[in-house]
Design a protein around this ligand. Structure first.
Ligand code: HEM
Ligand code: HEM
Ligand SMILES: [Fe+2]
Length: 480
């Protein structure tokens, strides 16, 4: 090991070196997400801004596509990060994994460049193949879809072959099965049908079954590893919780998909199925909070990496509030009738994606920096420790502010457009031009700015944290 505090890839194993590449791209794309979000938000306030140059539809698309890709890159990075430690052997076929990383990254760049260069045009077969499929969140054209499938198959091969050759742990088993589901479901979003109801039906398989089933389980695995690393929680405890959470998550999340089938032309029985099962979805999320808080309590909050621990706790609460509480608020059909597709959805979407998935990735960024710098001290009295605290504060406050801004606008839309005006076309405009809507959108942008400052501080912190530290990390409180 080299000098403490110095960035040195000799501190990392093979999988971790690859993980660092995935994390770097993830952090950059996170920045792109923020930038395009601010642009899209500004266009709500000034509709003419960049019209015909960089349209709202494009900014919005890049904003949310960057999000999906950075989070997936973060997950893949986390998996590579823990793979050798979990399986006990070097990664099988790592050179393919390395190669695929470059192809994957290049493909992402090409897709985004095409989005920006060809913003309008006819919707033909060639459009679907070369430019965009037009399916929100997974707009990537079909050539990229196929490429993505090849890339993730390679990642999956690395993971499955390594565990098969080394040893299977509880985390490893859940992770591998989850990856099969996560990647297979992606294909449900690749088929073209001319019927919009059928198209939406399958599209939700990807979106809903990702974020409310397979991604949650992925995060469960990453959290389990994170708690062992940062808190020194015993494997027995984290794996027991993991099994319970997975069972509950799949139990409620799979049929919970019905909350997207209320109004798209699917049979009426989805009203009861969706209402009932999605109302149960907050339960596993409560279990996750209890889990994280319980583990920290048992350890008397003694941990090896304060920033990572802070973000792991933020994940537990963010997931619970963003997904559990904000999701539950509009999941019953009687309520969703009024809130569907208003800023309520955007309010929930922001808090949930941030709370559940941005947080855990940020926690991992800190775990990475600690090891990359030779396992330096990252507990109390950290040199320059104000940076991670301020960035954490600004990011979380910024997100909460945006969420509230959108919620106010969403309430106003539900009331005026839906309840009073009866969902008419003129009702839509009455709601959009109301001062409460506009104020909500204004404050969303202000707090978005705060979030962006938090992001810049985060990047600065990640680049410098531990640099001037000479103390070795506190040892994790050990096995219990
Ligand atoms: C981390 C997990 C979750 C994430 C990331 C997430 C994200 C989202 C996003 C982005 C949308 C908007 C989709 C669109 O563009 O149309 C949405 C819609 C919705 N979510 Fe979630 N969600 C999560 C969990 C939940 C949970 C647990 C519930 C219920 C308890 C829920 C209930 C809903 C409902 C009912 C809608 C439809 C809103 C509408 O009718 O417009 N979500 N979610
Ligand atoms: C930095 C400040 C941000 C601003 C100003 C911003 C702004 C926006 C805007 C204007 C939209 C389009 C909403 C619409 O069509 O009505 C949007 C959509 C979205 N943004 Fe952001 N955003 C920001 C950060 C984030 C972050 C950090 C996340 C998640 C980690 C996120 C997740 C989403 C999602 C999931 C959608 C789609 C919501 C839906 O379909 O309902 N945004 N954002
Ligand atoms: Fe859902």
């Amino acid at each position: 090991m080299t000098a403490l505090g110095k960035l040195d890839s000799a501190n990392l194993n093979g999988g971790q070196k690859l993980a660092v590449k995935y994390f770097s791209v993830a952090l950059v794309l996170f920045g792109a997400q923020v930038a395009f979000g601010l642009l899209a938000g500004l266009q709500y306030l000034m509709p003419d801004f960049l019209y015909g140059v960089l349209d709202f539809s494009i900014n919005r698309m890049v904003h949310i596509n960057a999000m999906v890709v950075w989070m997936l890159f973060g997950f893949i990075g986390s998996v590579y990060w823990m793979l050798e430690e979990e399986s006990g052997i070097p990664i099988v076929g790592l050179k393919f994994g390395n190669l695929i990383f470059w192809i994957f990254t290049l493909a992402v760049l090409v897709v985004v460049a095409v989005y920006l260069l060809i913003q309008v045009g006819p919707g033909e077969q060639s459009t679907i193949w070369l430019i965009t499929e037009g399916r929100e969140y997974i707009e990537a054209p079909r050539w990229a879809d196929i490429g993505i499938v090849v890339c993730v198959l390679t990642v999956f091969y690395n993971v499955a072959a390594t565990f098969a050759k080394g040893k299977w742990t509880g985390i490893g088993g859940v992770l591998t099965l989850d990856m099969i589901a996560l990647f297979a479901i992606y294909m449900a979003g690749m088929f073209y049908t001319a019927n919009i109801s059928i198209d939406q039906y399958w599209w939700w398989w990807v979106i809903h079954l990702w974020v409310e089933a397979t991604w949650e389980v992925m995060v469960g695995c990453i959290m389990a590893y994170g708690l062992m690393t940062v808190l020194g929680t015993s494997r027995k405890i984290v794996e027991t919780w993991l099994y319970i959470e997975v069972a509950m998550m799949f139990g409620s999340g799979i049929l919970g998909i019905g909350h997207h089938y209320f109004w798209i032309g699917t049979p009426e029985y989805w009203l009861s199925i969706g209402g009932f099962f999605s109302a149960l979805e907050p339960i596993p999320l409560v279990a996750m909070v209890v889990h994280a808080v319980f583990d920290s309590g048992v350890n008397k909050m003694r941990n090896t990496n304060h920033p990572a621990m802070g973000w792991l706790i933020a994940q537990a609460f963010g997931n619970f509030f963003g997904a559990g509480v904000w999701g539950f608020m509009h999941t019953l059909p009687q309520i969703n009738l009024y809130t569907h597709g208003t800023q309520w959805s955007a309010s929930h979407g922001h808090l949930a994606f941030f709370g559940a998935y941005a947080t855990i990735n940020i926690a991992f960024f800190y775990i990475v920096m600690q090891k990359w710098r030779g396992n330096v001290w990252m507990s109390g009295g950290l040199f320059g420790g104000w940076k991670w605290k301020w960035s954490m504060l600004l990011l979380n406050l910024g997100m909460v502010g945006m969420t509230i801004g959108m919620l106010v606008a969403g309430y106003e839309q539900s009331q005026i457009e839906r309840a009073i005006e009866g969902s008419t076309w003129s009702g839509f405009f009455a709601a959009q031009s109301h001062v409460w809507f506009q104020q909500g959108m204004f404050w969303r942008e202000v707090f978005g700015g705060m979030f962006a400052v938090g992001y810049i501080l985060l990047v600065w912190d990640l680049l410098t944290i531990g640099k001037r530290e000479t103390r070795a990390a506190l040892s994790a409180s050990g096995k219990r």
